[in-house]
Design a protein around this ligand. Structure first.
Ligand code: TXA
Ligand code: MG
Length: 298
């Protein structure tokens, strides 16, 4: 972790575990370092990055928090919630981080390794998921190396990620809030805290490319709601719907979320022609699982 902090301070890029997925981190104030994230991911440069902060107080240097944003931070940070808020005019972040938007995406992660690196480096860390653009997010250190290949930087290996799905993204707007990406913190939890349901998200104005139909795609075709699989399909099961692999034999959705991307990676590596996935209930974090599965299948 000390080596990672030193590398980051020197403008390097490091893959760091969080409770959601592994992130590809760099100093958010260093334009060259941020450009290297984009280069390693092969990501189109209009896609803004999430900035990771050690705590709520630090976050206020980067974004303007109103009462609703503060309430969300107090309730869900540190944790798997990203807030899209108005950018502070003097925020010390490179232009490429926000891709020219008047807002910034902030997250205070709960993972002790990410927290330790944030504190040791004293930096705000811009970090997208540590996979090649368009690929499956990494929930293990090995996934990072498999996805980035020769471009793989220093990776801190802390084992599998507990949540296993990327953070929930909420945009706090002047007259309400929007769910830009479903995730481990559910829309119902946000709606309860803010006292109102989300505003609709316009398909015409996509701000978060995580909203693009095909975003988390394995290299093989994916078929959903498959209670049975053909011989050339790798079957990812759930509950009593068995398969070559099972997301959670006891039908636990949190366990299924934690295992989803690893299961897709294994299906991709299985040598079968396609991947078939058992039906997953849409309750709670099941909504985020089905969101990622629809994108994987699109
Ligand atoms: O769990 C996570 O959020 C992980 C870990 C590493 O923290 N990070 C992650 O980052 O999933 P990434 O880059 O793969 O996804 C970030 C999403 C993108 O879809 C991006 O477009 C959106 O956040 N985003 C970033 N800034 C935004 C902004 N100002 N307004 C709207 N969307 C934004
Ligand atoms: Mg990503």
């Amino acid at each position: 972790m000390a080596e990672a902090a030193a590398a980051l301070r020197a403008g390097g890029v490091v893959a760091i575990p969080t409770e959601t997925v592994y992130g590809l981190a760099a100093d958010a104030s260093n334009a060259d370092a941020v450009a290297n994230i984009y280069r390693i991911k092969g990501r189109p440069d209009f896609n803004p990055l999430i900035v990771h902060v050690p705590d709520h107080a630090a976050a206020e240097r980067l974004a303007q928090f109103d009462d609703r944003a503060s309430a969300l931070a107090v309730r869900f940070w540190p944790g798997p919630l990203t807030l899209v808020l108005p950018l502070q005019p003097a925020a010390p972040v490179a232009a490429a981080v926000t891709a020219g938007l008047p807002t910034i995406a902030l997250r205070c992660p709960a993972h002790p390794v990410m927290q330790a690196v944030l504190k040791a480096s004293g930096l705000f860390l811009a970090a997208p998921s540590a996979n090649r653009s368009g690929g499956i997010s990494p929930t293990r250190a090995r996934h990072v190396a498999d996805s980035l290949g020769a471009a793989t930087p220093l990776v801190l290996d802390a084992g599998p990620c507990a949540a296993g799905l990327e953070s929930t993204i909420v945009a706090v707007r002047d007259h309400g809030w929007q769910l830009l990406r479903p995730g481990p913190v559910t829309a119902a939890e946000i709606a309860q805290l803010l006292g109102e349901p989300p505003l609709p998200v316009s398909e015409a104005r996509i701000e978060a490319p995580g909203q693009l139909a095909s975003h988390y795609a394995p290299s093989r075709p994916v078929r959903l709601n498959a209670t049975q699989a053909a011989p050339d399909e790798w079957h990812i099961g759930f509950g009593t719907t068995g398969g070559d692999d099972n997301l959670s034999a006891r039908g636990d959705l949190a366990e299924a979320a934690a295992r989803l991307f690893d299961a897709l990676h294994r299906g991709d590596a299985s040598g079968r022609a396609a991947i078939a996935v058992a039906p997953i209930p849409d309750d709670g974090i099941g909504a985020a699982i089905n969101d990622r599965l629809r994108r994987a299948a699109a």
